[in-house]
Design a protein. Structure first.
Length: 172
C-alpha cells in the first residue's frame, strides 16, 4: 500500500525504553536536532550493548549515570569509539534530559549517558543532551534516591546495583 504525500512528510518520533531493575523509563530522542549523538546511542542500544550494565554514578538532585560498567566494576568499552561533541541551543539539560557523559576532552563521549534529576543548565553547551524522559520520571527519582558508597574506586556507586536490563528503540 502506497503512502500519500502527507503521510510521508510526517516525522516519526523516536523513543528509547530503558528497562531497569527499578522500573521503566521512556525517553524521546532527538535525531533531527542531535543526529551524531542519537545515532551512536541507537546503534549501541540496538546492539544490546547496554544490557546488564549498571547506573554506576548516582547523585540525587543532579544525575543518574550509566552505560559503562558491569555490576562487578569492569568497564565496558564502546566498539564505536568516541564521538564529536554535538550541542544544539534547542536541546538543553532540563529535568529529565538524557545526555552523553565524557571526560575532560569535549570529544570523548562513547557509551556512558546520564539523565538529569532536576534541571542542570550549567551543562548546556558543554555536554550533548539528546532527548528527554517522557514517562518514568518517578523511576529516575527513585534511582536518584538510592543509597550510594565508594565502590571499585568510584564515588556515588549505588549500594544495591541498579541494572539496565535492556534499552529498546521504538519509532511511532
Amino acid at each position: 500500500m502506497e503512502q500519500n504525500e502527507e503521510e510521508k512528510n510526517v516525522a516519526k518520533e523516536t523513543y528509547a525504553v530503558i528497562e531497569t531493575s527499578m522500573g521503566s523509563i521512556k525517553v524521546e530522542l532527538y535525531p533531527d536536532k542531535m543526529p551524531i549523538t542519537t545515532e551512536n546511542f541507537i546503534k549501541l542500544a540496538n546492539d544490546g550493548f547496554y544490557n546488564g550494565l549498571v547506573f554506576h554514578r548516582v547523585v540525587k538532585g543532579f544525575v543518574i549515570q550509566g552505560g559503562g560498567y558491569y555490576p562487578n566494576g569492569t568497564m565496558k568499552h564502546s566498539p564505536y569509539g568516541p564521538i564529536k561533541l554535538e550541542t544544539n541551543p534547542d536541546v538543553t539539560h532540563v529535568d529529565g534530559a538524557i545526555s552523553m557523559a565524557r571526560t575532560s576532552d569535549p570529544n570523548s563521549a562513547t557509551s556512558q549517558f546520564f539523565i538529569c534529576d532536576g534541571p542542570q543548565h550549567f551543562l548546556d553547551g558543554q555536554y550533548a543532551a539528546f532527548g528527554k524522559v517522557v514517562d518514568g520520571m518517578d523511576v529516575v527519582r527513585a534511582i536518584a534516591s538510592v543509597n550510594t558508597k565508594t565502590k571499585y574506586g568510584m564515588q556515588d556507586w549505588p549500594v544495591n546495583d541498579v541494572v539496565i536490563n535492556s534499552i529498546t528503540i521504538e519509532e511511532q
